[in-house]
Design a binder for this molecule. Structure first.
Ligand code: FMN
Length: 218
């Protein structure tokens, strides 16, 4: 697939088919993700690929717990009437949480903290977050784009971070690794839509912040 088509049609997928992903495709996706850049070329990522139904079910349960708290505190917030946007967010979030047992693969991405040489929660961690977390997200995005190029859909999720101890215990992940994302991966129920985004022009600055990028000449 052509790069620009891939890059502009990789939305968050929330509905999947119950269809397995070929192992060769999975490997190709992760080998491509592994080409990502990282600070000092530390390559501080580890991927746990979960396909076993029981483990996926347990991950789904953990995710659903966090989603339940999130929807009460961040979406419903004690209100009895909700905006159409909130109703839509609730519906797609509920469906997505349920879909986590349907989707055939979960890739859990862990960050090798010792490799980054910044102690978690330290002052350096707060000021140097770009180098630390920025050393793993390019690999995650490459993974998602590579999957898309093979017709496989994904969703970036970080909600499971608040169940990190439980997730690590479930997967036997060592203490020094930090759970960064859960990427469900599978064939989409429908196609790949172009993501909805605000126009970029108002957010491009020409040399200085106070100089807007000139409008293209028509
Ligand atoms: C860092 C990050 C964390 C995210 N975490 C979640 C999540 O936990 N659950 C979820 O349903 N979507 C999650 N998303 C997906 C966003 O909600 C989604 O990208 C955004 O609404 C735009 O939608 P689109 O990707 O379909 O264009 C996350 C996205 C990013 C970049």
């Amino acid at each position: 697939m052509e790069f620009f088509e891939v890059a502009t049609s990789t939305p968050t997928q929330r509905r999947f088919l119950d269809r397995p992903i070929a192992e060769a495709d999975l490997l190709k996706i992760l080998e491509t993700a592994n080409m990502a850049p990282s600070g000092s070329n530390a390559q501080p990522w580890e991927f746990v690929v979960v396909r076993a139904a029981e483990t996926r079910r347990q991950i789904q349960r953990l995710y659903e717990e966090v989603w339940g708290v999130y929807k009460e505190t961040a979406i419903i917030r004690g209100r009895t009437t909700l905006s159409p946007r909130a109703v839509k967010a609730l519906k797609s979030g509920d469906e997505f949480a349920a879909q986590l047992t349907v989707v055939p693969v979960h890739v859990l991405v862990f960050l090798d903290r010792p490799k980054m040489r910044v102690e978690r929660g330290s002052a350096d961690d707060l000021t140097n977050f770009g180098a630390t977390y920025g050393s793993v997200f390019p690999a995650i995005e490459l993974m998602m784009l590579s999957a898309r190029a093979l017709g496989i859909a994904t969703a970036m999720t970080t909600m499971l971070s608040s169940r990190e101890p439980e997730t690590k215990a479930l997967l036997g992940a060592p203490a020094e690794y930090q759970l960064i994302t859960l990427i469900p991966m599978g064939y989409p129920e429908t196609g790949f839509k172009r993501p909805h985004r605000k126009p970029v022009l108002p957010r491009i600055h020409d040399e200085r912040w106070d100089r807007p990028w000139p409008l293209p000449k028509s």
